[in-house]
Ligand binder design. Sequence first.
Ligand SMILES: Nc1ncnc2c1ncn2[C@@H]1O[C@H](COP(=O)(O)OP(=O)(O)O)[C@@H](O)[C@H]1O
Ligand SMILES: [Mg+2]
Length: 1079
Amino acid sequence: MEGKASLLDNMIGVGDMVLLEPLSEDSFLENLKKRFDHNEIYTYIGSVVISMNPYRSLPIYTPEKVEEYRNRNFYELSPHIYALADEAYRSLRDQDKDQCILITGESGAGKTEASKLVMSYVAAVCGKGQEVNKVKEQLLQSNPVLEAFGNAKTVRNDNSSRFGKYMDIEFDFKGDPLGGVISNYLLEKSRVVKQPRGERNFHVFYQLLSGASDETLKKLKLDRDVSKYNYLCLDSASVSGVDDAANFRTVRNAMQIVGFMEDEVQSVLQLVAAVLKLGNIEFKPESRSNGLDESRVKDKNDLKEMCELLGIEQSVLERAFSYRTVEAKSEKVSTTLNVAQAYYARDALAKNLYSRLFSWLVTRINGSIKAQAKTRHKVMGVLDIYGFEIFEDNSFEQFIINYCNEKLQQIFIELTLREEQEEYIREGIEWTNIEYFNNAVICDLMENNQNGILAMLDEECLRPGTVTDETFLDKLNTICAEHQHFESRLSKNSKFLTDHSLPHNCFRIQHYAGKVLYRVEGFVDKNNDLLYRDLSQAMYKANHNLIKQLFPEGSPAKINLKRPPTAGFQFKASVGTLMRNLQTKNPNYIRCIKPNDKKASHIFTESLVCHQVRYLGLMENVRVRRAGYAFRQAYEPCLERYKMLCKKTWPHWKGPARQGVEVLMADLKVPAEEYSYGRSKIFIRNPRTLFFLEERRRQCLQDLAALIQKIYRGWKCRRQFLLMKKSQVVVAAWYRRYAQEKKYKKIKRATTVMQSYARGWQARKLLRQLKHQKRCEEAATTIAAYWHGTQVRREYRKFFRANAGKKIYNFTVQRIIQKYFLNLRKNLPSMSPIDKSWPTRPYSFLDGVHTELRRIFHLWRCKKYRSQFTEEKKAVYEEKLEASKLFKDRKALYPSSVSQSFKGDYLEINKNPKYQKLHSAVDEKVLLADTISKINRANGKGTPRIFLLTKKSVVLADQKTGQVKASVPLLDLASVSVSKQSDGFFALKLKEGSASAVKGDFLLSSERLIEIITKLYRLSAANAERVPLSVDISDEFLVQFKTDKVCVKFIQGSPRNGNSASCKRKNNRLLEVSVPSTP
Ligand SMILES: Nc1ncnc2c1ncn2[C@@H]1O[C@H](COP(=O)(O)OP(=O)(O)O)[C@@H](O)[C@H]1O
Ligand SMILES: [Mg+2]
């Protein structure tokens, strides 16, 4: 035992029967029952797992459970099939040991389920990956296919395996599955044609009929009604809790996953259908001339359909059911078959067809799942073989099955004992022999080559002459009579003569698992397993690939006159191979027990279980295991578990574990005969000693728990305390800091106030001092300055007085003049020549300069003014100047003319079309053109006339018509007279004697008098040949009117006469012009 043996903890009953105390059958059963009642279906005997069938699903196969048991030591957790699977898988993977898992038990005890659980566990824990998963899936999915074809409902089990199965799963060095190989053992083919009451044929028939689609059924020429088929028993066509239709789909799916091609599946189904059809073929007798009956097929329809399905020629098969050809050497003898023989032939064909199909399926699956890689691999074999069977009516099949179980028991005994023995030797413990029942004798009875039952059966079958089951029994009676396990009524052993429980046609064998009564009927036939050659030849001829393969002996090329090996012989050989195979592997046992015969959960039938416990030899198993020593454990885990029982080893042992255990045992005063020291393990003889240790440990653990609790509580409280203390320190620190800070701030504030007062006072004091000091310094400076001044003045007075006055005077005058010029420059009047302003003179001594500067400035600005004149403007100004010379201060009208511009041509004579005629009349350039008034000489009234002035003459013209009234050459003009007043009257006086003087002088009036006369004057002045025209200005002048001289007198008129001057003829001599007084 390794690891923590917690198998010892919290167990219901005892988890390992080896520890049962006291060990008796009753206590054994008691323990099983107790555990079973608590749903603990697994119990150990050492490393063997006992599994009770719970007949209901328990929640102990979940993925969580898988994880729980994964990579844990076998005894670490409560007993479970997973622990065994894990142990096997790990020692396969890690220690490179091939494993086999041997599952035994009677029919319905849960072997097949157990094998599936082991496989699913291994699949769950081994490697993952796409390829690996595919392999796993194929391995797992091979089960439903084989179960459909090889399992059937029996009275003991609704899903009973009717074949033996051994599956090698192959792994690579990493423990990843590579593939597998399945071996099958002896299918119970008699079931195909006949089933005991309450049982069914193989599942596949029912699954096909209820699960296949109508179309498929039609193709297979089948009817969904089960009752139509002779081979399918009616009374239990359906099994409660089993959905055949759904299972059919599962099987189809599984076949696909495993790798069956669609046409292969179809062929398989055709064969299954053919078997059903075959069962429906019936025969009738037909009398022959020789008095013998010959069989004929009754209703040929089924035969026809079957032949169609398999592609067989109907007549060939039909003949094969009526005749039998026996070949001996080169002779061929054909005999007819009677009806019974025909039925026999039919059933033989059906059985063979089915069992060969089954074998083919296994081969086919192997083809799919076999490991691809040729590398060396490790193997885990799982054996799920039919369990020991005792029926009311036991025949050849039961004999064979039980033989197999005997062999398994044999190997179990051998291996367990051998292992036990090896361990003792390995550990150097003295081996004491123990008594147990060795079933080798029974095996010998059955398989001995000379006088074994199987050998004799073969001998009978091969013997020439009439051979019947009775002759076989007779033979047994003679040869085996003395064997202590063989019983027969007619044997030489007289003690059975009166045994009425033993019928005459039976023999009984005392198997290790109980007595079984075999009826000899059918032994010979079944052993011969005879199929008439005509039938196998007919099958070979079929136009159907699969059928052809299944009946190779029908090939004409392979005519073999030798008998095929008998069924018994074949089976013995294959069991022999299997046993040899198993012996090379490390065995792991699962021993299945069924708790009741009713397939019911929660029922524990003690007698039944007791029986199984007995024949499975479980008690012996325990005894062997306890032979000498009931319990063993490696030193390290043992010391680990019990070290607290001794002060020297607790809590730590420094030396080697073995010494520690020795000290421990000595300290506990365990009697020396109660244990032995192996090389790596301690062996304890009596479970009582172990329980003593356990009890002490339990008490000690309580104390230790209290101690741990105490220390833990102390630790926890202390931790809490320390935490609080630390917290308190932190809080206090923070508070103190806060308080100190507050206090400090207050003091600081107060200090600042005080400081500020003190500093203020100091500063003010200092300021006062500084101010005083400054005043003193200023006073001193002033005094010093004055004093200094006084001294300097006193010293320099003599130099200062001599020429100071002159210098000051000059300086002052210069300053004044300078100031005057600068001021004058600043206050110069404008550049307009008419601007009369001039700054006033500041000092009278500057009078001359001031006037002179004024004159110069005026001249300079006039010059400036003039220099910007154009020629025309200059002419205008010359004219204006002339006017000024003539009239300024002489005539009151003059000032009003100053602002007038002397335009000259006011009528625009050459532009206005009205005056075109007039213009053409005057050939010279018109210098002046205006409308004026011509004063009538008679009454003094004015008439408007156009007045034109050219270079040479003066022209008067009618204002409206433009007709020239008078034209006077300028040379004829003597003078011009005007008044001093503001009127516009003027008189043009002609030279006496001139041509123009004839009419007399002209008295005219114009507002532009100044311009007209100025122009006239300038014209005359321009002419160098004559004296300039004189202009007389006087308020009284004479005018020559034709002959008369008239005086024109200007008087100051009163305002009532209006604003304009008015002229009036007073008398011949006087023309009075009243001029309104100028305001
Ligand atoms: N571990 C188990 N948990 C639940 N039911 C079980 C278990 N083992 C067996 N059974 C039931 O018992 C029936 C028979 O088991 P099976 O393995 O076919 O028996 P065997 O192969 O030994 O004849 C199963 O169909 C199942 O209903
Ligand atoms: Mg089974």
